[in-house]
Design a protein around this ligand. Structure first.
Ligand SMILES: Nc1nc2c(ncn2[C@@H]2O[C@H](COP(=O)(O)OP(=O)(O)OP(=O)(O)O)[C@@H](O)[C@H]2O)c(=O)[nH]1
Ligand SMILES: [Mg+2]
Length: 426
């Protein structure tokens, strides 16, 4: 890491396991055989993300990368319901995008939204009182709680700014931010003074304004890691407009038009979408321009290429007001800040369908799998015949046996369901 501004990180989250249901029988003086009264286990705690307006980096995650929510408590005798596990709340800055490491898909864009449950706690198991039927009055089993969801997540901070400043080092991006907002970025004559992005609020009138982001300087080859690289462009990724700052006085001996082209090439390499975002050119350091004739050349270049250009001096304040209003007027015509849609498929959100199973034959064994089956299995105690009986009942009731037969399994064939092997008999 070249600079200590944490803006992307991988973390692991595990929601709480549901508490186990209880096997209990009612006991009271003078009542010798009370009914089953084992209570349910509590639900496991969820992993919840929440925006903390006071945070602006993911630095917190440098120390802590594993988050667990509390398990639900087990149920007890006398219908005692186990307590639910506490949620684990993870605070993130506004603009944090949560992605699934395995698929790379966006789970949730935490931008101006309320709390979001990213991993659900497991349901508590039912106590044996639920399993009493007319023919089974003393059920000797209860269900164990289900496991909580567990995920590897990739968090990426993409700041929420309307306008992003781009340009070579030392052209005056930070100086510009400091004169139009209350932000106090570091300003100095050497390259790469700015090491991490900074936001500033630009007020137009009471209650109206926009947010601008100052980022480190870019140089030719940034896409190949030159200078500070171009990773931090993620923070201007959602900007509605870019202000491309140029040093029109050429104080470092470079041609501003060449700078402009080089930076746009780098932007294109980072993201064609970002490169095609509208740009306003801010020709800075007007106070240091010796030959005023060059301005005409820049004006012509901008016009020919379809850009609005403003000549400014962040040092003296000349032209700054006009630039701010030009930005404000253009913003009014542009779509709002982009938020990323969740890319998780509906099927992943939908409840599990009991009959969804897959069957595969390997070495004469039929391997049967399915999310629903897996969940059912975690609640069964296979050393207990009543529990096994319940499992069998669930398979039949949900037509899993029929489905297996349809898929070619015959009586006497060996079936394996997540490690449980048995001979298929209907
Ligand atoms: N003469 C003159 N100098 C300026 C002007 N604006 C900024 N500078 C000077 O240019 C130098 C660089 O300014 P910064 O604002 O730090 O530049 P930057 O683009 O943020 O640079 P990096 O953060 O390194 O990318 C400083 O010495 C500023 O004082 C201006 O309008 N006129
Ligand atoms: Mg700077």
């Amino acid at each position: 890491m070249k600079y200590d501004f944490y803006d992307h990180v991988k973390i692991h989250v595990k929601a709480g396991k549901g508490g186990d249901g209880c096997i209990g029988f009612h006991r009271e003086k003078y009542i010798s055989h009370g009914g089953p009264d084992g209570g349910d286990g509590g639900n496991g705690g969820n992993i919840v993300f929440q925006i903390d307006p006071g945070r602006n980096t993911l630095l917190f995650f440098k120390q802590k990368k594993i988050f667990k929510a509390e398990n639900g408590k087990n149920g007890g005798n006398d219908k005692f319901h186990g307590a639910n596990g506490e949620d684990c709340v993870i605070l993130v800055p506004d603009g944090t995008v949560i992605k699934d490491v395995e698929t790379g898909k966006v789970i949730k864009d935490m931008s101006g939204c309320g709390p979001y449950v990213v991993a659900k706690g497991g349901k508590g198991g039912w106590g044996n009182r639920h399993f009493a039927t007319p023919t089974r009055q003393a059920p000797n089993f209860a269900k164990t709680g289900l496991d909580g969801e567990e995920k590897d997540l990739y968090l990426e901070l993409k700041m929420l700014a309307d306008v992003g400043f781009v340009g070579m080092p030392s052209v005056g991006k930070s100086t510009l931010l400091s004169v139009i907002s209350a932000a106090r970025p570091k300003i100095a004559a050497y390259h790469f003074t700015t090491l991490f992005p900074m936001l500033g609020v630009v007020s137009i009138s009471e209650g109206e304004g926009f947010i601008a982001a100052d980022i480190p300087g870019l140089i030719e080859g940034a896409s190949e890691g030159q200078g500070l690289g171009f990773d931090f462009l993620r923070h201007v990724d959602r900007c509605r407009l870019l202000v491309h700052v140029l040093d029109i006085a050429g104080t470092e001996g470079r041609d501003p038009i060449e700078d402009f082209k080089a930076i746009n090439e780098e932007l294109k390499k980072y993201s064609p979408a970002l490169a095609s975002r509208p740009q306003i050119i801010a020709g800075n350091k007007l106070d240091a321009v010796e030959d005023e004739n060059v301005l005409e050349k820049y004006r012509k270049f901008a016009k020919e290429n379809g850009y609005e250009i403003h000549f400014i001096s962040a040092a003296t304040g000349e032209g700054i007001k006009e630039l701010v209003f030009a930005v404000w007027n253009m913003l009014k015509t542009l779509p709002p800040i982009e938020t990323y849609e969740s890319e998780i498929e509906e099927t992943q959100k939908a409840p599990l369908v009991p009959t969804e199973i897959t069957v595969e034959r390997r070495d004469d064994i039929w391997y049967v799998e399915g999310n629903w089956l897996k969940r059912l299995m975690t609640g069964i105690n296979f050393s207990d015949w009543e529990s096994l009986g319940y499992f069998d009942h669930m398979l039949r009731e949900n037509k899993v046996m029929d489905k297996m037969r349809e898929l070619g399994i015959k009586d006497g064939d060996t079936v394996s369901i997540y490690g449980l092997q048995f001979d298929f008999v209907e």
